[in-house]
Design a protein around this ligand. Structure first.
Ligand SMILES: Nc1ncnc2c1ncn2[C@@H]1O[C@H](COP(=O)(O)OP(=O)(O)O)[C@@H](O)[C@H]1O
Ligand SMILES: [Mg+2]
Length: 235
Protein backbone atom coordinates (compact mmCIF):
# COMPACT_ATOMS: atom_id res chain seq x y z
CA UNK A 1 0.00 0.00 0.00
CA UNK A 2 1.33 3.41 -0.97
CA UNK A 3 1.09 6.45 1.26
CA UNK A 4 -0.89 8.28 -1.42
CA UNK A 5 -3.10 6.49 -3.91
CA UNK A 6 -5.07 8.37 -6.52
CA UNK A 7 -7.48 6.30 -8.55
CA UNK A 8 -8.92 8.09 -11.59
CA UNK A 9 -9.46 11.31 -9.70
CA UNK A 10 -11.36 14.02 -11.54
CA UNK A 11 -12.36 17.37 -10.14
CA UNK A 12 -14.67 20.13 -11.25
CA UNK A 13 -15.11 23.43 -9.42
CA UNK A 14 -18.65 24.37 -8.52
CA UNK A 15 -20.56 26.03 -11.37
CA UNK A 16 -17.78 25.28 -13.88
CA UNK A 17 -18.41 23.60 -17.23
CA UNK A 18 -15.15 21.67 -17.43
CA UNK A 19 -13.06 19.47 -15.19
CA UNK A 20 -9.92 21.03 -13.72
CA UNK A 21 -8.44 17.55 -13.26
CA UNK A 22 -9.18 14.49 -15.42
CA UNK A 23 -8.71 10.90 -14.31
CA UNK A 24 -5.49 11.29 -12.39
CA UNK A 25 -4.04 8.01 -11.13
CA UNK A 26 -0.81 7.72 -9.20
CA UNK A 27 0.78 5.85 -6.30
CA UNK A 28 3.27 7.72 -4.18
CA UNK A 29 5.37 6.07 -1.49
CA UNK A 30 7.17 7.44 1.52
CA UNK A 31 10.86 7.84 0.84
CA UNK A 32 10.19 9.46 -2.51
CA UNK A 33 10.12 13.02 -3.78
CA UNK A 34 7.73 13.97 -6.60
CA UNK A 35 7.82 16.93 -8.91
CA UNK A 36 4.42 17.85 -10.38
CA UNK A 37 4.85 20.11 -13.37
CA UNK A 38 2.92 21.47 -16.30
CA UNK A 39 1.74 24.78 -17.73
CA UNK A 40 -0.17 27.41 -15.75
CA UNK A 41 -3.75 26.31 -15.23
CA UNK A 42 -3.08 22.58 -15.80
CA UNK A 43 -4.31 21.70 -12.31
CA UNK A 44 -1.26 21.48 -10.04
CA UNK A 45 -2.79 23.58 -7.26
CA UNK A 46 -6.14 21.81 -7.59
CA UNK A 47 -4.40 18.43 -7.25
CA UNK A 48 -2.49 19.63 -4.20
CA UNK A 49 -5.65 21.01 -2.58
CA UNK A 50 -7.20 17.57 -2.95
CA UNK A 51 -4.11 15.88 -1.52
CA UNK A 52 -4.20 18.34 1.39
CA UNK A 53 -7.86 17.54 2.13
CA UNK A 54 -9.15 21.01 1.19
CA UNK A 55 -11.11 19.78 -1.84
CA UNK A 56 -12.50 16.34 -2.61
CA UNK A 57 -12.62 14.39 -5.88
CA UNK A 58 -15.75 14.83 -7.97
CA UNK A 59 -15.05 11.33 -9.30
CA UNK A 60 -12.51 8.67 -8.41
CA UNK A 61 -10.86 8.10 -5.04
CA UNK A 62 -8.02 9.54 -3.02
CA UNK A 63 -6.51 7.37 -0.31
CA UNK A 64 -3.93 8.54 2.19
CA UNK A 65 -2.34 5.94 4.45
CA UNK A 66 -4.87 3.44 3.11
CA UNK A 67 -7.88 5.51 4.16
CA UNK A 68 -10.16 7.13 1.63
CA UNK A 69 -10.32 10.88 2.20
CA UNK A 70 -13.86 12.22 1.85
CA UNK A 71 -15.65 15.45 2.75
CA UNK A 72 -17.86 13.56 5.17
CA UNK A 73 -14.93 12.08 7.12
CA UNK A 74 -13.09 15.39 7.13
CA UNK A 75 -16.02 16.99 8.95
CA UNK A 76 -15.18 14.79 11.94
CA UNK A 77 -12.76 16.74 14.12
CA UNK A 78 -10.67 13.80 15.17
CA UNK A 79 -10.29 12.53 11.61
CA UNK A 80 -9.38 15.96 10.29
CA UNK A 81 -6.94 16.56 13.17
CA UNK A 82 -5.14 13.26 12.49
CA UNK A 83 -5.04 13.91 8.77
CA UNK A 84 -3.68 17.45 9.04
CA UNK A 85 -1.07 16.30 11.51
CA UNK A 86 0.27 13.85 8.89
CA UNK A 87 -0.04 16.07 5.83
CA UNK A 88 1.58 19.51 5.66
CA UNK A 89 0.68 21.88 2.83
CA UNK A 90 2.56 24.98 1.77
CA UNK A 91 0.21 27.26 -0.18
CA UNK A 92 1.36 28.70 -3.48
CA UNK A 93 0.80 32.18 -2.04
CA UNK A 94 2.14 32.67 1.51
CA UNK A 95 -0.21 35.62 2.07
CA UNK A 96 -3.21 33.29 2.02
CA UNK A 97 -1.48 30.92 4.44
CA UNK A 98 -0.35 33.34 7.15
CA UNK A 99 -3.01 34.71 9.46
CA UNK A 100 -1.53 35.15 12.95
CA UNK A 101 -0.41 38.49 14.37
CA UNK A 102 3.29 37.60 14.67
CA UNK A 103 5.85 35.27 13.13
CA UNK A 104 6.29 33.36 16.38
CA UNK A 105 2.55 32.84 16.82
CA UNK A 106 2.37 31.55 13.29
CA UNK A 107 4.90 28.84 14.14
CA UNK A 108 3.37 28.04 17.54
CA UNK A 109 -0.17 27.75 16.15
CA UNK A 110 0.15 24.28 14.56
CA UNK A 111 1.68 22.66 17.61
CA UNK A 112 -0.83 24.35 19.90
CA UNK A 113 -3.58 22.75 17.83
CA UNK A 114 -1.87 19.39 18.18
CA UNK A 115 -1.97 19.69 21.96
CA UNK A 116 1.75 20.04 22.73
CA UNK A 117 2.55 21.22 26.27
CA UNK A 118 3.43 24.89 26.88
CA UNK A 119 7.10 24.03 27.45
CA UNK A 120 7.25 21.99 24.23
CA UNK A 121 5.57 24.80 22.31
CA UNK A 122 8.14 27.31 23.60
CA UNK A 123 11.12 25.07 22.83
CA UNK A 124 9.91 24.00 19.38
CA UNK A 125 9.00 27.55 18.41
CA UNK A 126 12.46 28.81 19.42
CA UNK A 127 14.10 25.92 17.58
CA UNK A 128 12.22 26.58 14.33
CA UNK A 129 12.65 30.35 14.50
CA UNK A 130 16.38 29.74 14.73
CA UNK A 131 16.41 27.05 12.04
CA UNK A 132 14.65 29.35 9.57
CA UNK A 133 16.62 32.42 10.57
CA UNK A 134 13.50 34.20 11.83
CA UNK A 135 14.46 34.90 15.45
CA UNK A 136 15.25 38.54 14.75
CA UNK A 137 11.76 39.17 13.36
CA UNK A 138 9.79 36.85 15.66
CA UNK A 139 7.53 39.63 16.98
CA UNK A 140 6.82 41.15 13.58
CA UNK A 141 3.47 40.84 11.86
CA UNK A 142 3.67 38.48 8.84
CA UNK A 143 1.96 41.26 6.91
CA UNK A 144 5.07 43.46 7.28
CA UNK A 145 7.86 41.07 6.31
CA UNK A 146 9.49 40.33 2.95
CA UNK A 147 8.36 37.65 0.51
CA UNK A 148 11.28 35.37 1.39
CA UNK A 149 10.61 35.81 5.11
CA UNK A 150 6.93 34.99 4.56
CA UNK A 151 7.87 31.81 2.73
CA UNK A 152 10.29 30.81 5.51
CA UNK A 153 7.62 31.55 8.15
CA UNK A 154 5.01 29.46 6.30
CA UNK A 155 7.49 26.60 5.87
CA UNK A 156 8.55 26.73 9.53
CA UNK A 157 4.88 26.70 10.60
CA UNK A 158 4.31 23.52 8.61
CA UNK A 159 7.52 21.69 9.37
CA UNK A 160 7.34 22.26 13.11
CA UNK A 161 4.56 19.63 13.20
CA UNK A 162 6.88 17.16 11.39
CA UNK A 163 4.40 15.97 8.74
CA UNK A 164 4.96 12.63 7.00
CA UNK A 165 3.60 14.03 3.76
CA UNK A 166 4.89 17.41 2.69
CA UNK A 167 3.10 19.19 -0.16
CA UNK A 168 4.78 22.32 -1.49
CA UNK A 169 3.01 24.40 -4.12
CA UNK A 170 5.63 26.25 -6.16
CA UNK A 171 7.88 26.79 -3.15
CA UNK A 172 10.43 28.63 -5.29
CA UNK A 173 8.00 31.28 -6.40
CA UNK A 174 9.15 34.80 -5.51
CA UNK A 175 12.38 33.64 -3.91
CA UNK A 176 15.68 35.19 -4.91
CA UNK A 177 18.54 32.93 -5.99
CA UNK A 178 20.17 32.72 -2.57
CA UNK A 179 16.90 31.72 -0.94
CA UNK A 180 16.24 29.16 -3.67
CA UNK A 181 19.64 27.58 -3.07
CA UNK A 182 18.99 27.58 0.67
CA UNK A 183 15.59 25.95 0.21
CA UNK A 184 16.96 23.32 -2.15
CA UNK A 185 19.56 22.31 0.40
CA UNK A 186 16.97 22.34 3.16
CA UNK A 187 14.52 20.12 1.27
CA UNK A 188 17.30 17.72 0.39
CA UNK A 189 17.91 17.26 4.13
CA UNK A 190 14.18 16.71 4.74
CA UNK A 191 14.12 13.67 2.52
CA UNK A 192 13.72 10.57 4.61
CA UNK A 193 12.49 6.99 4.19
CA UNK A 194 9.51 7.94 6.39
CA UNK A 195 8.51 11.02 4.44
CA UNK A 196 6.83 11.70 1.11
CA UNK A 197 7.59 15.07 -0.47
CA UNK A 198 5.71 16.61 -3.39
CA UNK A 199 6.33 19.92 -4.99
CA UNK A 200 4.85 21.76 -7.94
CA UNK A 201 6.82 23.71 -10.45
CA UNK A 202 5.76 25.26 -13.72
CA UNK A 203 9.18 25.76 -15.24
CA UNK A 204 12.52 24.09 -15.37
CA UNK A 205 14.77 24.95 -12.49
CA UNK A 206 17.27 23.46 -10.14
CA UNK A 207 14.51 22.27 -7.81
CA UNK A 208 13.68 19.51 -10.25
CA UNK A 209 16.98 17.88 -9.34
CA UNK A 210 15.48 17.14 -5.94
CA UNK A 211 12.78 14.85 -7.32
CA UNK A 212 13.06 11.16 -8.03
CA UNK A 213 9.56 10.90 -9.55
CA UNK A 214 7.82 13.16 -12.02
CA UNK A 215 4.26 13.77 -13.04
CA UNK A 216 3.47 16.07 -15.93
CA UNK A 217 -0.03 17.50 -16.34
CA UNK A 218 -0.95 18.89 -19.75
CA UNK A 219 -3.29 21.75 -20.57
CA UNK A 220 -6.17 19.27 -20.78
CA UNK A 221 -5.65 18.55 -17.06
CA UNK A 222 -4.50 14.99 -17.69
CA UNK A 223 -1.31 13.16 -16.89
CA UNK A 224 0.58 13.43 -20.13
CA UNK A 225 3.69 11.62 -19.22
CA UNK A 226 4.84 10.02 -16.08
CA UNK A 227 8.20 9.41 -14.63
CA UNK A 228 10.94 8.85 -17.19
CA UNK A 229 9.32 10.91 -19.92
CA UNK A 230 8.15 13.66 -17.60
CA UNK A 231 11.60 13.79 -16.11
CA UNK A 232 13.11 14.57 -19.49
CA UNK A 233 10.62 17.32 -19.93
CA UNK A 234 11.55 18.97 -16.67
CA UNK A 235 15.28 18.47 -16.24
N1 LIG B 1 -11.59 28.39 -7.42
C1 LIG B 1 -11.71 28.07 -8.69
N2 LIG B 1 -12.91 28.11 -9.33
C2 LIG B 1 -13.03 27.77 -10.63
N3 LIG B 1 -12.02 27.38 -11.41
C3 LIG B 1 -10.80 27.32 -10.85
C4 LIG B 1 -10.57 27.67 -9.48
N4 LIG B 1 -9.26 27.52 -9.22
C5 LIG B 1 -8.69 27.09 -10.36
N5 LIG B 1 -9.60 26.96 -11.34
C6 LIG B 1 -9.36 26.48 -12.72
O1 LIG B 1 -8.87 25.16 -12.63
C7 LIG B 1 -7.82 24.93 -13.56
C8 LIG B 1 -6.57 24.49 -12.84
O2 LIG B 1 -6.09 25.54 -12.04
P1 LIG B 1 -4.90 25.37 -11.00
O3 LIG B 1 -5.10 24.11 -10.26
O4 LIG B 1 -4.77 26.63 -10.23
O5 LIG B 1 -3.65 25.20 -12.02
P2 LIG B 1 -2.08 25.41 -11.78
O6 LIG B 1 -1.82 25.39 -10.31
O7 LIG B 1 -1.45 24.27 -12.52
O8 LIG B 1 -1.72 26.72 -12.41
C9 LIG B 1 -7.66 26.23 -14.33
O9 LIG B 1 -8.41 26.10 -15.52
C10 LIG B 1 -8.27 27.27 -13.41
O10 LIG B 1 -8.82 28.34 -14.14
MG1 LIG C 1 -0.87 26.67 -9.06
Amino acid sequence: MSMIELNRVSFRYRDEQEDSLCEISASMDTGSCWCVSGPNGCGKTTLFRILAGLEFPTAGTYRCGGEEITAKKMKRNEFSWNFHRRVGYLFQDSDTQLFCSSVEEEIAFGIEQLGFSDAEIRDKTDEYLELFNLTRIRKKAPFHISGGEKKRTALAAILVTEPEVLILDEPYNNLDEDMQAWLLEFLEKLKSPERLILFADHHRNSASALADHFLYLNKHHRIEKDDAEARQRVL
